[in-house]
Structures are given as C-alpha cells and as structure tokens.
Design a protein around this ligand. Structure first.
Ligand SMILES: [Mn+2]
Length: 502
C-alpha cells in the first residue's frame, strides 16, 4: 500500500477533529490544518459507482425472502453480510459476504444488514448499506476504510435500492431502527456481525441458519445459470493450466504447482470474484493428499497432476471441478488403469443423479465400482459387496475406504459445501429433486507408504469431479465441457497447448 498521508488506520468513525490531530498509522504523515481545510472544499461530486448486481436478479431474491418470511411469520428476521476480517496489523482479507445474506438480497458489500420487519403476517424488508464519505466530508480523504477518494466510491443508497428493488437505508439508520426491538426475541443469523449481535442482545438463531440452508437446497433457474457460468469460467481456467503446464514440467527452479495455482487464480479474478475455495494443485504423490493446498511442489515429468479448482462468479456462485492430468501428455499403464476405474465409478455415480433417487445413491454406485476394481487388483482383501455393506459391524465392511477416503457428493451453490446446516432428512439422508446441484467426485488414492498396495500403484492419486443438476430427466452436467475420457483429455490438452493465451 502506498498511503503516505492517511491518518485513519483502523477507526472509520474517527471524528474530523481527531483526524486533524492524530496520526494513527506509524508510516503516516500528519495532515496539516491548511491541508485539512483545503481538502474540505472545491470538489465536484465523486463519480458514482453503478451497483454491480445483475438487473434480472430482483424477482428471484424477492421470492426467496417471501419463502423465508413464511417460515417465521411473526419474527423480526435479521441477516448480516459480515465485516472485514483482519489479516495482519492494518490489512484485511478481501471481503466476502455471508452466503445467506447475498442469496436474500443480491448485495455483496461489507457491513450491510438485511432486516425483515414483521407486518401483518408477512414482512417488510429493509437493507442497510454503508455509505462512504463523499467529497466535502473530512473522511473523504482521511479514511482508509470508508473514504471514497481513498478506496473508491460505493453505489449510492438510491442506486442500490433501484437495482436490488427493495427499500435501502444508510447503515447509520440501523441502530435507531433496531432500538425498539432490543427486548425482542429476534431471529438473527448470529456470529457473523458482532456489532449487530450487540444491538439485539435477545436475538438468537431460532432455527434461522438451518431454515436458510434448507431453502437454499433447491436452486432456481437464475442460480443454475450462475453455476453454469462458474463452470464455464472454470473450464477456461483449466485450459489455461493445461496450456502453461509444459513450461513448468521438470523445472526444479519453479514451484510448478504454485505457478499453475496462480494461472487458475488469474482466470478466477478475470471472470469472477475469486476462487470459490483454495485450489488444490497436487503433482505426483501430492495427488494422494486430499487437501493438498500448500501447492509448493515440483511437477515431475511422467507424473499425474490433480487439480481441484473452481471459479466463484461475481454473484458468489462457485464451481467445484477436479481433473487429473498426465503432465507429459501420455498415460503410463498403471496411471491409466487407475484413471479408468475412477472414470467408470464417476459415470455410475452421475447416472444415479436423478429426481427420486437417494442423495447417497451416487456414492453407493461409485463405491461399488471402485471396490470391484480394488478387489480385482488384489488390493482389497474382501469381495466388494462385503466392503460396501452399510453394516459397520460386518467383518470386512468399509475396507475400500482406505483407498477412497471421502464421500462422493456434496451440495454446491453459493458455498462450495452448500447447505451444510440442512437437516439430514433434507440432505444426506434425503431424496434428490429437480434443482438440486451436487458434485460427483470419486477418487482413488494409493499412498506412497501403503504396504497393502502393489509397488507400481503406490503414489498414484486420481479424482474426477463434476457438477451435476438434478432435472426431471437425465442429469445435467454443468462442467461437461471439460473432457473426462482419458483419450479426449489428452486431445483437449494438446488443443489447449496449441492455443494462444489471449
Ligand atoms: Mn467437491
């Protein structure tokens, strides 16, 4: 940061007087009296900042708020976006609004709060948003966190209301508006905005978090369109990685995994908000570590590269996709054997993603395929039907999990592991319905130090992950543009490597 003159490191409520007298950051210069006076005058209004939300969103958020309202007909409902979090000293992490808040409003700004006021069996919404200090106000120049000159303007209250199509007030109105409700048992999404929690000391979750996660299980058409966009951008990011892969293979002077992580991240920033979760880029034996996100390894020739990466759109919907690539552009026989087994398992899983099926059906189908191959290879010492028996007390049950480690599916949406607070009967023990979006992501992981595995298979890790929508008919694979067939994957890599980056 090149901020030589700011006086306001952390306290955006700093008074003009204090701003003139204090230098709160160690590297700041004091603002002279003359400068402070000069900065207060002779400005035209700061250029307005259009609200970034899509114009077609408002009818969907209105419907979502109505559905929430119906579940809590008499309650004051309060859902905050959350606040900036300190990374170190006076620097913060990039802000990312709470998922339920954005789902209900389309807003993504820090400190914003949605309040649904009960009114005759329904609710009247008000969105409170932070305004930034404008030209002529002292903090226009002096505040690092809310000075429009310092960090850029934000959309006005009026423009926010016009785009999101709901009543909007400045954040300064929140405290007085909530004062009559201090003794009220409000339903608050707690633990996200500490200042808000203190405004409503009797507020409790009251089942709100669970209700919101259950409402979010079924995606509307707008959300599926955004998830498709996330998958399309993710597909382009994978092509970027495939294109740059040859440049890092075998380069001991480069941290090849880190380079490729950066390659994907650039695509995520170009086409969306960010990556939806920390990218996993594991070459060679790192592919057998499920959450390998140190991404600091060398990409050795002849190894496999497992990339689990997803672009999060500006509206905060994320893809969650994994491909495992042979870095030198050809499969070694042992690698191909494992890859084909995982692909067969994934296909069996995807075919179970249909309305009326158990959520766990895809997992069962994928595990039966994998256990069959493991047994055939002499790795699994019991028949697959024994290992896949759901009765944990049966001798031999679950032994295949040593090599598969994780479940095959989770819901996907604004959160990569979406709707985690939904009750089991609505989610993991429930039934699939049109509008559910889930991953299908089986894997086989042979640890390099596993004595139960034939030496030629040790150190091989393969996962294939796609994002699938439940429809009234066949499953719709949002990430289908990325090939999964091992031959098509090689052809796709060659095409990417023959293409120009821009
Ligand atoms: Mn996943």
């Amino acid at each position: 940061m090149a901020d030589a003159t700011s006086v306001d490191a952390t306290d955006h409520e700093l008074t003009p007087e204090a701003a003139g007298e204090r230098s709160t950051a160690s590297h700041d210069q004091r603002v002279s009296e003359s400068l402070r006076e000069a900065l207060g005058v002779d400005w035209d209004p700061a250029p307005p900042m259009p609200h970034p939300a899509r114009a077609d969103l408002a009818p969907y958020t209105a419907r979502r708020r109505r559905r929430l309202s119906e579940l809590f007909p008499r309650d004051l409902i309060v859902v905050p976006a959350g606040n900036l979090k300190v990374r170190a000293n006076d620097t913060e992490y990039p802000f990312r609004a709470s998922s339920a808040f954005t789902w209900l409003t389309g807003e993504t700004a820090a400190d914003a709060v949605l309040v649904l006021y009960p009114s005759e069996g329904a609710h009247e919404p008000t969105l409170y948003v932070r305004e930034f200090a404008q030209a002529g106000e002292p903090e226009y120049f002096t505040s690092r966190t809310s000075g429009a000159l310092w960090i850029g303007n934000v959309p006005s209250v009026a423009d926010t209301g016009a785009v999101l199509k709901l009543p909007v007030k400045p954040l300064t109105a929140l405290e007085p508006d909530l004062r009559p409700f201090r003794q009220y048992d409000a339903a608050v999404l707690t633990g996200i905005d500490g200042r808000l929690d203190s405004l409503l000391p009797r507020g409790t979750d009251a089942g709100l978090k669970q209700a919101l996660d259950e409402l979010r299980l079924i995606k509307d058409e707008w959300e599926i369109d955004r998830l498709q966009s996330a998958c399309d951008a993710t597909t382009r990011g994978f092509a970027d990685v495939a294109r740059e892969l040859p440049a890092v293979v075998g380069r001991a002077d480069l941290r090849g995994e880190r380079w490729l992580e950066g390659t994907f991240w650039r695509r995520a920033r170009l086409e969306g908000n960010e990556v939806g979760y920390t990218s996993i880029v594991g070459a060679g034996t790192h592919a057998t570590t499920l959450h390998w996100w140190r991404n600091n390894g060398v990409v050795a020739p002849g190894s496999l590269l497992l990339c689990d990466m997803g672009v999060e759109t500006d509206e905060l919907y994320t893809a969650d996709v994994t491909r495992t690539l042979p870095v030198s552009g050809e499969w070694a026989p042992a690698q191909l054997r494992v890859y084909r087994a995982v692909q067969e398992a994934q296909q069996a899983g995807i075919e179970e993603v249909k309305a009326g099926a158990d959520f766990r059906a895809a997992h069962r189908a994928a595990m039966e395929v994998i256990a069959g191959h493991l047994h055939h290879w002499g790795v699994l010492p019991v028949p697959p039907e024994v290992s896949c028996d759901p009765d944990p007390d049966r001798p031999g049950a679950g032994l295949h999990r040593r090599y598969t480690l994780h479940s095959t599916s989770h819901m996907l949406g604004i959160d990569v592991h979406d709707c985690a607070a939904a009750r089991a009967d609505q989610y993991v023990a429930g039934t699939l319905a049109p509008g559910h979006v889930l991953t299908v992501e089986p894997g086989i992981y042979f640890q390099v130090n596993d004595r139960t595995v034939p030496p030629e298979l040790r150190g091989i890790g393969v996962r294939i992950e796609d994002d699938v929508v439940v429809t009234d008919g066949a499953p719709r694979v949002l990430s289908a543009a990325l090939p999964r067939d091992p031959d098509e994957l090689l052809e796709w890599m060659r095409e990417a490597q023959a293409s120009k980056p821009l």
